[in-house]
Design a protein around this ligand. Structure first.
Ligand SMILES: Nc1ncnc2c1ncn2[C@@H]1O[C@H](COP(=O)(O)OP(=O)(O)OP(=O)(O)O)[C@@H](O)[C@H]1O
Length: 313
């Protein structure tokens, strides 16, 4: 239902001189959803995020944010927070002072509790009194997220939030986004990291040359996807190879297997044939120790769909 949508975009087009950055883009993001935006360099991700943040307006199409149609004026819609191209921060101020200054700029008192909580959520409490000038990219990203948290957004828009994050920083950011979504905030983020998107997002939109080539639940992407390559490790590789080669709908790729190391098979299959093989292996007394896609379903679909789009340009 549309009234539950944090973002509803229809036919959005945005050009920069003769470059068509977005070409008839539709996008639905439900409240409480973490929605990933992926696409090759120059696909239009940042341009789309900029429109959601009110940093630019579309040339054509209709954009509704949190139930309100976006007009022609450049302004961040109410309830929306986030950043593209890195957060705007004051380098000569500390992290804590940055948050206090941003809160004051927005006409809010620097509520100490909220600032301390935001710093804690992104894991910057220990460096809160250090100047931002000395912060790494990952620390700046986390401080930008803390600044967004202060506004209690109902739609959070982030461009490449995983950039520069170490594993601990990534855990903090993932934790914050997951909590926000559980509380009903919609999150739209772009990333080139398929593993992050697979863990974080329920839905993804794949853009290629300004057009949507897929939009929907991640599970649908996997199901819609054609054959996938899987790594298969068993207790008896020669017997498993023979069984796999004899199963309808399964192709054994010995060249790819030789790159995976001794004892590993690489097979290409769809889910039903794979299920059949696993049952047959177990019946034959062969233990399945590992069975996983060589690349994630998201990455496989990304490559296939964006290559198709680029080829058809
Ligand atoms: N301000 C601008 N002026 C001119 N061209 C622009 C501008 N902003 C974006 N473009 C162009 O629009 C297209 C889409 O760019 P955009 O930055 O949205 O892509 P992206 O998917 O975010 O790419 P990346 O993954 O490299 O960040 C590109 O061809 C880009 O060169």
């Amino acid at each position: 239902m549309d009234n539950l949508l944090a973002v509803r975009a229809r036919g959005i087009t945005k050009c920069f001189a003769d470059v068509v950055a977005l070409d008839g883009v539709d996008l639905d993001v439900a409240q409480g959803q973490i929605h990933g935006l992926v696409g090759p360099n120059g696909a239009g991700k940042t341009t789309l995020l900029g429109l959601l943040l009110g940093l630019a307006v579309a040339d054509e199409g209709r954009l509704d944010i949190l139930g309100t149609q976006v007009g022609r004026a450049l302004a961040a819609p109410d309830g929306v927070a986030g950043f593209v191209d890195g957060p705007g921060l004051y380098p000569s101020l500390s992290a804590r002072q940055n948050l206090a200054a941003l809160a004051a700029l927005r006409g809010r008192d620097a509520r100490t509790m909220a600032i301390e909580d935001a710093l804690d959520q992104v894991g910057l409490t220990d460096v809160a009194d250090e100047r931002v000038r000395g912060f790494s990219l990952g620390m700046r990203q986390r401080l930008g997220l803390a600044a967004a948290l202060l506004t209690r957004p109902r739609l959070l828009v982030l461009d490449e939030p995983s950039n520069g994050l170490d594993p601990a920083g990534k855990n903090h950011v993932h934790g914050v986004l997951t909590r926000l979504a559980a509380e009903g905030t919609a999150v739209v983020l772009s990333s080139h990291r398929m593993d992050d998107l697979t863990v974080l997002c329920s839905d993804v939109t794949i853009l290629a040359t300004g057009r949507v080539v897929f939009s929907g639940p991640l599970g649908k992407l996997a199901a819609e996807n054609r054959d996938l390559d899987y790594r298969l490790v068993t207790s008896d590789p020669p017997a498993a190879r023979e069984l796999a080669a004899g199963t309808a709908g399964i192709a054994v790729d010995d060249d790819a297997a030789s790159r995976q190391g001794a004892g590993t098979l690489v097979i290409r299959a769809r889910t039903p044939a794979l299920d059949e093989l696993v049952v047959a292996l177990v019946h034959a007394g062969i233990a399945v120790r590992e069975l996983a896609p060589v690349v994630s379903p998201l990455e496989a679909a990304f490559l296939a769909l964006t290559e198709q789009q680029e080829a058809g340009r």
